[in-house]
Design a protein around this ligand. Structure first.
Ligand code: ADP
Ligand code: MG
Length: 210
């Protein structure tokens, strides 16, 4: 399997996982938001699959760009443009590379985080996607020296899971949940949770591809 096919396999696994977790993410968002996160993410990744079929991308960056366009155009709410920006920045970071190294993968994840932070202005501790993605990027960079692209995503996913769990005790300072004050405490952030699920899907797809 070449890197373009592997990237497609990652997106397909992400779409499957968003479909399987639609209710779980929507339930989390109904506790501290407006109850649409699962539907938003599922709709966005189904649109990404359709776009991949018609665009038939020829590099890993083109695959990520197609996903970005689908998320930006099909997903309303905060998460669509944020994740759309993340995929676009990751795509730009990969450029026209046809092979992806572990270091390239970590760099793409770092670029994705940079896009989300620039657009959403959130920092660690604000109870958002950043609480999962920033520790994931740190773990990815550490893992990049030693191993495979799959290893980078596995390290990222493990750190993201912990990061998502860390949001339970937080109050939100960004997004809808920030209006709830102390009432947001005791609930895991939906966006941090979807970030963990997406990274775990990527790791599993790549572990299967190697
Ligand atoms: P909306 O809040 O517009 O209904 P979603 O429900 O799809 O959009 O997404 C909510 C998630 O978006 C939150 O759980 C949070 O993780 C994430 N989010 C919201 N605002 C920001 C932000 N400024 N930066 C990073 N993530 C954010
Ligand atoms: Mg919502």
């Amino acid at each position: 399997m070449d890197a373009t096919q592997a990237t497609r396999a990652v997106v397909e696994e992400m779409a499957t996982v968003m479909e399987e977790n639609r209710r779980r993410l929507t339930k989390l968002d109904s506790e501290i938001g407006d109850g649409d996160h699962g539907n938003n993410m599922n709709r966005g990744f189904q649109a990404a699959l359709e776009r991949l079929d018609t665009a038939d991308p020829s590099t890993p960056a083109d695959v990520l760009k197609a996903v970005s366009m689908a998320l930006i155009s099909k997903v309303g709410g905060a998460a669509g443009p944020l994740y759309g920006t993340a995929f676009l920045r990751a795509s730009t970071a990969l450029g026209d590379r046809e092979d992806i190294s572990a270091a390239d993968a970590a760099e793409a994840l770092e670029a994705a985080l940079g896009g989300i932070k620039q657009r959403g202005k959130a920092e660690v501790g604000d109870k958002t996607i950043v609480d999962a993605l920033q520790p994931a990027v740190e773990a990815a960079k550490e893992a990049a020296g030693e191993g495979s692209v799959a290893g980078v995503f596995r390290a990222a996913a493990t750190a993201a899971e912990e990061g998502a769990e860390s949001t339970v005790s937080m109050r939100a300072r960004r997004g809808r949940a920030s209006y709830l004050g102390a009432r947001a405490e005791g609930h895991q952030d939906p966006g941090a949770t979807s970030t963990y699920l997406l990274l775990d899907a990527a790791a599993r797809a790549l572990e299967g591809a190697s």
